[in-house]
Design a protein around this ligand. Structure first.
Ligand code: URA
Length: 205
C-alpha cells in the first residue's frame, strides 16, 4: 500500500503541509476526489477535531465540515461551550471516497489501507498544532489514532491516556447523529456528543 510519508515536508508548517497534500496521490482516492481537503483552523488551536473524510459538500468546497455534518458539529460545539473558530478541524482521510448512484455521489467508508496511507498528514497536523485536546469523531478517526482495536461503543467519552495530547477522547461522529432513525434517537445521540465535548471543555479548564 502507498503512504504519504515521503511527501511530508521537513519544515512541516501548516501552510507547507497544505501545499504538499494538495498533490497527494499516495492512495487511489485522489482520482475521484475533486481536491484534497486539508484541515482548517487556528495554528495554535487548543482543540483538534478529527473526522473521517470529507463529504460531498467538503469535496466541492475544499474545506472540512462545511456541509450538514459540519453545521451539526458547530451546534454541538457551541452547546458544549467550545467555539469552532478556536479549534482546528480535520479528517483522517483527506479525499472524498464515493460511488455514483444515479446522479448522486454516495459516501463510502475509507478502508484500512487508505487510512494508513493518509495518516502521515494527520500526524504532521497534530505535530504542527500540538493541541491540548484531540477529539476523534467516530470510529475511523479513533482507530487511525488509537489503534485498530479501539472500540468506540465501549470507550466513547472516556479520556484515553495517549502521548498525542493532554486530553484524548473519542465520541460519536456528527453524521451518526444525522443518521439516527427517529427524533428521539437523534436527540439522544446529539446529547451524547454534546456531553462528550463538554467533558473536553471541562478537562481543559
Ligand atoms: N464528515 C466528515 O467526517 N468530515 C467532514 O469534513 C465532513 C463530513
Amino acid at each position: 500500500g502507498g503512504t504519504a510519508a515521503p511527501l511530508v515536508p521537513a519544515r512541516a508548517t501548516l501552510p507547507a503541509l497544505r501545499r504538499a497534500a494538495a498533490g497527494c496521490t499516495a492512495c487511489p482516492l485522489w482520482e475521484r476526489g475533486t481536491q484534497t481537503v486539508f484541515g482548517a483552523g487556528r495554528t495554535r488551536a487548543t482543540v483538534m477535531l478529527v473526522g473521517e473524510q470529507p463529504g460531498n459538500d467538503e469535496d466541492r468546497a475544499g474545506e472540512p465540515f462545511v456541509g450538514p455534518a459540519g453545521r451539526l458539529l458547530d451546534r454541538a460545539l457551541a452547546a458544549a461551550g467550545l467555539d469552532r473558530r478556536d479549534a482546528y478541524v480535520t479528517n483522517a482521510v483527506k479525499h472524498f471516497k464515493w460511488e455514483p448512484r444515479g446522479k448522486r455521489r454516495i459516501h463510502q467508508k475509507p478502508n484500512a489501507a487508505e487510512v494508513r496511507a493518509c495518516l502521515p498528514w494527520l500526524e504532521a497536523e497534530i505535530a504542527a498544532v500540538r493541541p491540548r485536546a484531540l477529539v476523534c469523531l467516530g470510529a475511523t478517526a479513533a482507530q487511525a489514532l488509537l489503534g485498530r482495536g479501539f472500540r468506540l461503543t465501549e470507550r466513547r467519552g472516556q479520556p484515553v491516556p495517549s502521548p498525542l495530547a493532554e486530553v484524548v477522547i473519542a465520541t460519536l461522529h456528527p453524521s451518526a447523529v444525522l443518521r439516527a432513525p427517529d427524533d428521539a434517537a437523534r436527540r439522544e445521540a446529539l446529547a451524547g456528543l454534546v456531553a462528550d465535548l463538554a467533558r473536553v471543555a471541562e478537562l481543559l479548564r
